[in-house]
Design a protein around this ligand. Structure first.
Ligand SMILES: Nc1nc2c(c(=O)[nH]1)N[C@H]1C(S)=C(S)[C@@H](COP(=O)(O)OP(=O)(O)OC[C@H]3O[C@@H](n4cnc5c(=O)[nH]c(N)nc54)[C@H](O)[C@@H]3O)O[C@H]1N2
Ligand SMILES: Nc1nc2c(c(=O)[nH]1)N[C@H]1C(S)=C(S)[C@@H](COP(=O)(O)OP(=O)(O)OC[C@H]3O[C@@H](n4cnc5c(=O)[nH]c(N)nc54)[C@H](O)[C@@H]3O)O[C@H]1N2
Ligand code: SF4
Ligand SMILES: [Mo]
Length: 736
């Protein structure tokens, strides 16, 4: 193989939220034979992690599906099928079930990779509209919904989420996040580790709050152990101190100051110390340091979102940012200005516009909690779910009570999955529709750049032609037609049909319909992206382009990004209040009634006895939720499914190398990995494992691990958001 026949292609890594620029080497057969960090990318500057480096192995995985698959329910066997046959089957079954049982009979579950694909951002909405079901579920309610609900109530828009201004802050208080393994979340920051080291090097301080002494904690100035699930108490203790010591200094328009002050009255540092394990003096000191620092940001992520008081915790994070004058100021918690036109919200966010059928839990952002999907499938009656479409999700491993959800999926009358693999979830489907290789898809980060710590944009064209594969955009567009009972003719281009409608509608609204012909791009997807860039805050057609934006370049459009394939720097984060607020008052609501209401629940919990042992999760650098365990270079070593437990607990409980862990929801037998990096009384199990029944992922099957969500309980949710509770699950641990 001669190097002459090799070529390079630039792309953004789609595997996590860090959006690193990659330089791929492709051979003459278009195989990915090399992956390097793109040093000319102004945001990621050459950073690459082991997952990104394995993109070629992932791409070449022989177990990845390339043809549609149809399951014969009689003997549970699979066969490949043509695309036409697969879509015909969907068109035959789903409309009939909807006809018989009503709209709600068909449900949709959207998994995490949708946040990383153009198809997920631009074409999933078409499928949602075609199904027009209220039974909409996603990984969001196993993840960040508490942050979105808190932001929705405080700022009026659930997508208006502040991020820590990592590159300029003087003090970062980080709770329940471990970016040295995860590379960051709701805080898009390539080379997060390098940015944290730079923070310290310029004299800033990093304080990490985590029940484990994580890799991130080890590079911090200070690490505080905390009892799982108790972060809201700690933050309330800080709020209490800010008021008690008269340390507040608010720089943005706010409502509800008195209500917050009175809600915090009884959460004294002494009271919260008993619950959290963080000494009262430390709580006071943190409050004083946050108030005194030239700039400071509080940031809390998955360890605190997927917990019993997730929304209260996320709310208090931004209450503290506001009270200390750090909301929307450089070095504090700021809002990104993403380049592509976002969803324009005119009315304030509302929660609970409708409710689930069985448990009557409120919707949030049009979704129901994933914790309710199993019961909605299993409970007979009007509105029962009979059919499910999953797109890029593996909820049998990722949802609370996953195995029980798996049994529920087996009871469905029909299921379709759009997925790369036949796995723990998709094995229950009747039809699997595989997306093409990553390198065959275009890439633009519509979702993640809204949470970036620096304004930036980058577009990658597909590096490899589609060949026999079908674009994920087309799969979704054709599914939308199929669930509406419409057939596709071979000549019909469903992607263009969808895009034309969106383009016409958007340009009409903007009064620019006559400029349709000016849109650039090889196809309608690119034209749509061009339109979103032109109408976005830096865009050529944005009449509001500020002199500051104009200084960055002459009006953004797709051509600018094509001419700059390494990405473009759109400058540091800029203050955006009150412009981004969508509250009725156009002020930040520090005390939304739904959240004050939930404080009663938090207060009531103070009186409860704390369980002896609490289960939490953890992420592993060379893993990605459930779906990268089939890559030989990534599994093994530290990337195995073990229970972290303190040696004192091992001795006290008389354990050896394995233990039986029991919760209210289930029982698992797990190998132990004793470590003094975890608090006594806390055990940690990573999620995404449990591949023992996986017959087609040949590597994953030999490193099965256990499904941590056997132990998590779908009857428990964070009340305001309905989010799953994965951290702080009461368990008992005994000898195997
Ligand atoms: N390598 C790798 N990277 C990933 C992923 C992956 O699976 N692997 N997944 C991606 C996804 S989907 C997401 S959402 C992000 C998440 O990114 P992060 O939020 O950084 O997630 P984790 O690394 O799990 O860090 C969560 C931390 O919370 C701690 N914790 C648990 N319970 C509590 C608690 O009650 N209080 C406090 N204060 N801490 C607690 C855990 O010990 C853990 O260290 O990572 C993304 N990146
Ligand atoms: N106990 C516990 N459970 C958790 C968590 C935890 O910390 N602890 N974390 C939660 C979090 S933060 C998240 S985000 C969820 C994730 O929950 P899910 O999104 O349900 O799970 P993933 O493991 O990310 O599954 C992704 C699926 O998408 C497929 N896929 C990959 N790329 C593509 C693509 O380009 N197109 C399509 N169509 N399919 C693709 C993969 O094969 C896989 O089946 O898990 C949650 N579950
Ligand atoms: S940090 Fe995330 S985006 Fe960057 S190379 Fe690794 S997986 Fe890809
Ligand atoms: Mo996530």
């Amino acid at each position: 193989m001669s190097a002459i026949s090799h070529r390079t292609a630039l792309r953004t890594c789609p595997l996590c939220e860090a959006v690193c620029g990659l330089e791929l080497t492709l051979d003459a057969q278009d195989h990915v034979v090399g992956v390097r960090g793109d040093r000319q990318d102004p945001f990621s500057r050459g950073f690459l992690c082991p997952k990104g480096a394995s993109l070629g192995h992932l791409d070449a995985d022989p177990d990845r599906l390339t043809r549609p698959m149809i399951r014969d329910r009689a003997d549970d066997s699979w066969r490949t099928a043509s695309w036409q046959e697969a879509f015909d089957l969907v068109a035959e079954r789903i409309p009939a079930l909807v006809q018989e049982y009503g709209r709600g009979a068909a449900a949709l579950y959207l998994g995490n990779p949708n946040a990383h694909t153009v198809a997920g951002a631009l074409y999933v909405p078409v499928l949602m509209r075609a199904l027009s079901t209220r039974n909409l579920y996603s990984a969001s309610t196993a993840d960040q919904m508490p942050k979105q609900v808190a932001s929705g109530l405080m700022f009026g828009d659930p997508l208006t989420v502040p991020v820590p201004d990592l590159d300029r802050t003087d003090l970062l208080l980080m709770l329940g996040a471990n970016p040295l393994e995860s590379n960051g979340s709701l805080c898009t920051a390539p080379d997060y580790p390098g940015r944290l080291k730079a923070l310290r090097k310029r004299g800033g301080r990093l304080v990490v709050v985590d029940p484990r002494r994580t890799r991130t904690a080890k590079i911090a100035d200070e690490h505080l152990f905390i009892r799982p699930g108790s972060d809201a108490y700690l933050l309330f203790g800080i709020v209490h101190t800010l008021f008690a010591e008269d340390l507040t200094d608010i720089g943005v328009p706010v409502d509800g100051l008195d209500e917050v002050r009175s809600a915090a009255t009884d959460f004294t540092p002494e009271v919260v110390a008993a619950r959290t394990g963080v000494p009262a003096d430390t709580v006071r000191r943190l409050a004083r340091e946050l108030a005194a620092a030239p700039s400071a940001a509080v940031y809390a992520r998955i360890g605190t979102c997927t917990a019993e008081f997730g929304t209260l915790t996320q709310w208090l994070v931004d209450v503290i940012n506001a009270l200390t004058g750090n909301l929307d100021r450089p070095g504090g918690a700021m809002f990104a200005t993403a380049a592509a036109l976002g969803i324009e919200r005119s009315r304030p966010f509302r929660l609970g516009r409708w409710h689930t059928r069985v448990r009557e839990l409120p919707e949030a952002m049009g979704e129901f909690p994933i914790a309710t999907l199993a019961e909605e499938i299993r409970t007979p009656g009007e509105g029962q779910i009979r059919a499910l479409i999953t797109v890029a999700g593996n909820p049998v491993l990722s949802a609370p009570g996953g195995p029980r959800l798996g049994s529920a999926l087996a009871e469905l009358e029909f299921m379709v999955s759009v997925d790369r693999y036949l796995n723990e979830t998709t094995r229950h489907a009747d039809v699997i529709l595989p997306p093409p290789r990553t390198v065959q898809s275009p890439h633009y980060d519509f979702a993640l750049l809204q949470f970036a710590v620096h304004n930036y944009a980058r577009y990658s064209r597909p590096a490899v032609p589609l060949g026999d594969a079908v674009a994920e955009a087309e799969i979704l567009a054709r599914l939308a037609l199929a669930v509406s009972g419409q057939q596709t003719e071979p000549s019909h281009d469903p992607i263009a049909a969808v895009d034309e409608l969106v383009i016409a509608g958007t340009l009409h609204k903007a009064g620019l319909l006559e400029r349709r012909e000016e849109l650039l791009g090889e196809n309608s997807t690119e034209q749509r992206i061009d339109m979103m860039l032109r109408l976005g805050p830096y865009g050529e057609w944005n009449s509001a382009v500020t002199p500051e934006n104009a200084a960055v370049h002459e009006g953004l459009n797709l051509q600018v990004l094509l001419d700059n394939p390494h990405g473009i720097d759109l400058g540091p984060l800029r203050p955006r209040l009150p412009g981004v607020l969508r509250t009725a008052s156009r002020r930040v609501d520090l005390a939304p009634p739904q959240l004050l209401e939930d404080v009663h629940r938090l207060r009531a919990r103070l009186a409860d006895d704390a369980p002896e042992i609490l289960l939490i999760g953890r992420r592993q650098l060379r893993s990605n939720n459930s779906w990268m365990h089939n890559i030989p270079t990534l599994v093994g070593g530290s990337n195995t499914c073990t229970l972290h437990i303190h040696p004192d607990d091992v001795a006290r409980l008389g354990l050896t190398d394995r233990a039986v862990v029991k919760s209210a929801a289930g029982t698992l037998t797990v190998p132990l990995e004793p470590t003094d990096e975890i608090m006594p009384g806390v055990v940690s199990l990573p999620h995404g494992w449990g591949h023992e029944a996986n017959e087609t992922q040949s590597v994953a099957r030999t490193h099965p691990g256990v499904n941590a969500n056997t132990l998590t309980d779908d009857s428990l949710v964070d009340v305001p958001s309905g989010n799953a509770v994965f951290n702080g699950v009461p368990v008992t641990v005994g000898p195997a």
